[in-house]
Design a protein around this ligand. Structure first.
Ligand code: UGA
Length: 516
């Protein structure tokens, strides 16, 4: 071990001794059932705190399992807190110090149902802590969940530089066996590349001496997540399936052990819920899942267009086809198309990786083109309804890419807003959660753009309401009173949220997607 590492460990050990002595005075005995352990101490993200979490974890579960989750975004934070709730001691690692500090103070960096309570609970239970020193976290942990971002490059491929960065940092911090679990959504063969990078960049001498003279000792596994934004906490505890791509028996056993408390909660068995594959297959399962979901949506949207052209009803069509269990009813909701950080990006990355392997996935290119046309089609509907858009005041209900989140990344609603602003409309915006995020997108000010506290306020003086996100809150609005506040009672429903008959009964002119 290098002398600077020895010094650091000695300092940290001294910190632990002092802290544990102090904490043992008031530490309730930790429980395996996920209940809080009775302390309300709030930690700052320091190495001392970090090691203490493992120390309590040793007492709690298993003195071998030390989990660190790298990247505290929409995937990493719910995963880390979910694992803490299952009883594991988890350190969440993020090199964005401001974000890490906020999380350590109990403030999640995004809106997600139930996450704030879970964060509070496990900062208090001591089973979750935050660390910003990535290398330190790597040295201390032996199970490393990689949840860093895989944004899109200009050519549609996934930008894997953050994943590679993690692999290289692991390479210089291998000090004993590590299981590296790829959870970020990555193209097939990324896990293989992680392995290659670790081998290539390992400081072999250092690693050998730290590992007690042994070979570089690590496994790479793939454990894709299928969490949906907005209900990620619910999804973590209610998975349809847990996919584990492994190469060794040791990795398989460790991952099954980590998820065993979840299987126990579900009253399920590994046979029923867990899919064990090789690492390449697990990566394709994830990409293919998102690509298939996007395909279902674009298919439903094309059928909706045909319904609209012929006077048929898309709701009845999707109900009719969805009753066939081979098709299923979900993800057939027609509207202004899919958005968000995952489906659009993953579809492009999947198409790209297929092409690099000589597979022409033009089916998916068409899925994307159909989706891209949805915004233009809605704008045409608005033009048809209003005749001239310039100078009109329009209320927009919904800005996030879907309900239950404040995320506006690739939200079709924002593309609609941008087109209408360019045409000279005045917009009155409302969203239950995403107003802050949306406001970063626009430079315009009132009266061109007005942010409203309620959907009713957004409708004040409007010549149309556009429903762009299917927030259930909008179903509770008293349409009769809304009509009185509008200049023209007209609704263009881009998500088929409202009941056409009920809306028309309230005296509205009403247009939706693929419904008479
Ligand atoms: C998606 C997948 O559903 C998750 O399983 C996956 O884990 C996640 O991506 C990811 O890869 O991290 P998410 O991005 O949260 O989850 O959003 P979805 O619920 O899939 O919705 C995506 C978009 O499709 C939204 O804009 C939604 O409004 C739209 N959509 C969804 C439709 O237009 N019609 C539908 O029938 C369903």
């Amino acid at each position: 071990m290098r002398q600077d590492c020895v010094d650091r460990v000695l300092v940290l050990c001294a910190d632990i001794t002092i802290d544990v002595q102090r904490e043992n005075r008031d530490l309730h005995r930790p429980r395996l059932d996920g209940a809080a352990i009775g302390r309300t101490h709030r930690f700052a993200p320091t190495p001392k705190h970090y090691l203490n979490v493992y120390r309590r974890g040793c007492m709690t579960i298993n003195d071998e399992m030390r989990i660190a989750v790298f990247g505290l975004g929409h995937v990493g934070l719910p995963t880390a807190l979910g694992l803490a709730e299952l009883g594991w001691s988890v350190v969440g690692v993020d090199n964005d110090v401001d974000k890490a500090n906020e999380i350590a103070r109990g403030k999640p960096p995004f809106y997600e149902q139930g996450i704030e309570a879970l964060l509070e609970r496990h900062l208090d239970s001591g089973r979750f802590a935050v660390e910003t020193d990535v290398a330190l976290a790597m040295r201390e942990a032996n199970v490393l969940f990689v949840c860093v971002g895989t944004p899109q490059r200009e050519d549609g491929a996934a930008d894997l530089s953050m994943v590679e960065g993690v692999a290289r940092t692991i390479a210089s911090n291998l000090n004993g066996y590590k299981l590296i679990v790829e959870k970020s959504t990555t193209p097939v063969q990324t896990a293989q590349q992680i392995k290659r990078s670790i081998l290539r960049y390992s400081d072999a001498n250092n690693a050998r001496s730290n590992a007690g003279g042994g070979e570089l000792d690590f496994d790479v596994a793939v454990n894709p997540e299928f969490l949906r934004e907005g209900v990620a906490v619910h999804d973590f505890f209610n998975p349809d399936r847990i996919v584990l791509g492994v190469e060794t028996e040791r990795a398989r056993k460790i991952l099954l052990g980590i998820y065993q408390p979840l299987l126990d909660r579900l009253g399920s068995t590994a046979d029923a819920t867990v899919v064990i594959t090789d690492i390449n297959t697990a990566e394709i399962i994830k990409h293919a899942s998102n690509a298939f979901l996007a395909t279902k949506i674009s298919f439903a949207n094309m059928v909706a267009d045909l319904c609209e052209a012929t006077g048929a009803n898309i709701d009845d069509v999707t109900h009719g086809i969805g009753m066939d269990p081979r098709i299923g009813p979900r993800f057939l909701q027609a509207g202004i198309g899919y958005g968000g950080y995952c489906l659009p990006k993953d579809l492009r990355a999947f198409t790209w990786i297929a092409a690099t392997h000589g597979v022409d996935f033009s089916l998916l290119k068409e899925v994307e083109h159909i989706n891209e046309r949805r915004v233009g089609q809605l704008i045409s509907k608005v033009r048809q309804a209003l005749w001239v858009v310039k100078g009109k005041t329009l209320a927009m209900w919904g800005l996030s890419f879907k309900p239950g989140t404040d995320d506006t990344r690739e939200a079709p609603s924002l593309a609609v807003a941008r087109c209408l602003l360019d045409e000279g409309a005045h917009l009155r915006l409302h969203d239950p959660e995403a107003m802050g995020e949306a406001s970063r997108e626009f430079r315009e000010n009132a009266p061109v753009l007005t942010y409203c506290a309620t959907p009713e306020e957004a409708a004040d003086g409007a010549e149309a309401i556009l429903v762009l996100t299917e927030w259930p809150e909008y179903l509770d609005v008293d349409l009769g009173r809304v009509r009185e506040r509008m200049r023209v009672p007209l609704i263009v429903d881009g998500r088929n949220l409202l009941d056409p008959a009920a809306v028309r009964e309230q005296g509205f002119e009403y247009y939706s997607i693929g419904r008479p």
